[in-house]
Design a protein around this ligand. Structure first.
Ligand SMILES: NC(=O)c1ccc[n+]([C@@H]2O[C@H](COP(=O)([O-])OP(=O)(O)OC[C@H]3O[C@@H](n4cnc5c(N)ncnc54)[C@H](O)[C@@H]3O)[C@@H](O)[C@H]2O)c1
Ligand SMILES: O=C(O)C(=O)C[C@]1(C(=O)O)C=C[C@@H](O)C=C1
Length: 443
């Protein structure tokens, strides 16, 4: 009964995208050799703090005995079901599963009338992934547990919610294998999560472990294992505190705009720190407001983090307001010396170096003597051909960065020495257009 609808194998689809998917072909029981202790491509053991990886076959906080197996083997090419398929991450994930893993994706979303119905999704999806509003997700998962009524046994349930304890606990009330994921970035314009962190909460895994590892490898993220509880405690600082402090800065800037002018009037007076903080605030204010609201109100540890932040700021304001030598000594001891000691030399050196590198990048980005060039040919040697066009004209390239345009197109941004003759640059641009080596992008 519980196994109805589980397809152990499926004939490969005739579409090219399915055929070009990652080739994960488990032998029955092959998953027993893949462990969280063994390094996986793209997934280092980045366990932080007190969370150690469990040995093969063990289940983190699931109560499932070591060595327990799920009711059935996973299919080689699972059909993915996304709950919240019309949302920002739902759409990104669909594209990822289809194009990078060659898998069939179905989804349900009230915002998409053409989407699959909930019951059909539960019936047909081998892997069910929740990508719904944070606030609604635990109750939504609980409803799916009731609707599924045991059909989920032997399948895999995942979520990408920004808080983890409640969604993972809700998924564990099902009979499915369970892992919680949290990509530490908004859906990127790139096809994978390369260079981004992905928190992985392994909750109840046995037969699906090898497939999950193949998913993580395909995502190319820097995977970090954590329990849901540790995740939420960490995110109260990494997200709730950081978002709150930048929103508070934006509030102070708004309140003081009458005295010093709006943000645009302050930007010409910027430091690199101010520019970075303003960029963070702008990012938060540009994305989905529900995410930022729900991270504050949905992470059970957020209020504690905000109260601690407010207390630190209040103490600093008291000392600065007091203004005498005693207050200065207190400021130095509490806010400079104590924090410097707590962080230690290595963390300070690393952070300081990161700051300098970002500072140079910001300086290069503010340079107006630049060209953004898209290289249509993604092949070895195409960058060299581009540089050669400038070299032949004696044009010195002072800086070179690869980045993405706002539309997500990969490009190189070339900065030139101040004295570069405009005619030489114009000639180079004309050659790029003529030869098709590169397409110059509008500013
Ligand atoms: N956007 C980010 O920066 C980001 C980053 C990491 C993780 N996440 C997580 O991804 C999840 C989705 O976020 P998003 O940015 O895609 O939000 P979103 O608002 O763009 O998408 C959520 C989707 O869920 C749908 N939905 C609402 N109720 C539903 C229901 N009952 N059944 C099915 N679908 C329903 C909505 O119609 C919407 O399309 C959240 O849990 C969020 O925490 C988001
Ligand atoms: O804007 C980004 O790319 C983010 O990193 C978004 C961000 C964050 O600011 O912490 C917001 C919500 C998600 O849970 C993960 C990351």
């Amino acid at each position: 009964m519980a196994r109805a609808g589980i397809r152990r194998s499926r004939a490969p689809s005739s579409t090219a995208s399915r055929d070009s998917g990652t080739a994960w072909c488990p032998e029955p029981g092959a998953g027993r050799t893949a462990t969280r202790d063994s390094p996986q491509p793209g997934c280092g053991d980045g366990v932080a703090g007190n969370q150690r990886p469990a040995p093969a076959g063990a289940c983190v906080e699931s109560g499932l005995p070591r060595g327990a197996r799920s009711l059935s083997e996973p299919t080689q090419r699972p059909r993915i079901g996304i709950v919240g398929s019309a949302g920002a991450y739902g759409r990104w994930l669909r594209a990822f599963f289809e194009t990078r893993m060659g898998l069939e994706v179905i989804g349900h979303d009230p915002a998409d009338p053409a989407a699959t119905g909930e019951d059909a999704l539960l019936e047909q999806a081998d892997v069910l992934l929740f990508s719904a509003p944070i606030r609604r997700t635990p109750e939504l998962i609980e409803r799916y547990v009731r609707l599924s009524a045991g059909r989920e046994a032997g399948r895999l349930w995942l979520d990408v919610t920004s808080v983890k304890a409640a969604p993972v606990a809700a998924m564990l009330r099902s009979q499915a294998e369970v892992a919680g994921l949290h990509p530490m970035a908004a859906p990127p314009k790139s096809p994978t999560l390369k260079g981004r962190v992905l928190v992985v909460c392994e909750a109840r895994l046995s037969s699906w472990r090898p497939w999950l590892e193949s998913l993580l490898a395909a995502l190319e993220a820097e995977c970090v294992r954590a329990t849901p509880e540790r995740h939420d405690r960490a995110m109260a600082l990494v997200q709730a505190m950081v978002h709150a402090s930048h929103l508070a800065q934006a509030g102070v800037l708004r309140e003081q705009a009458g005295l010093v002018g709006p943000l645009a009037a302050l930007m010409p007076l910027r430091s690199a720190s101010f520019e970075m903080d303003a960029a963070v605030a702008a990012r938060i204010l540009s994305l989905n407001p529900a995410i930022y609201e729900d991270i504050q109100f949905g992470n059970p540890h957020a209020p504690e983090a905000l109260r601690a932040l407010a207390a630190q700021l209040a103490r600093m304001a008291t000392l600065v307001g007091q203004g005498d030598d005693v207050a200065r000594a207190g400021f130095r001891a509490e806010f400079l010396d104590a924090n410097r000691d707590a962080w230690g030399e290595q963390a300070l050196a690393l952070g300081n170096y990161t700051y300098e590198r970002i500072g140079y990048l910001l300086a290069d980005l503010s340079d107006t003597h630049t060209l953004g060039v898209h290289l249509p040919e993604d092949r070895p040697g195409s960058l060299r051909s581009l540089l050669h066009v400038f070299e032949r004209r004696g044009v010195n390239i002072a800086s070179l960065h690869s980045s993405r345009t706002q539309a997500g197109e990969l490009h190189f941004r070339l900065g030139f020495s101040a004295g570069t003759p405009a005619g030489q640059l114009a000639d180079a641009v004309a050659e790029l257009a003529q030869t098709g080596i590169g397409r110059v992008l509008p500013d």
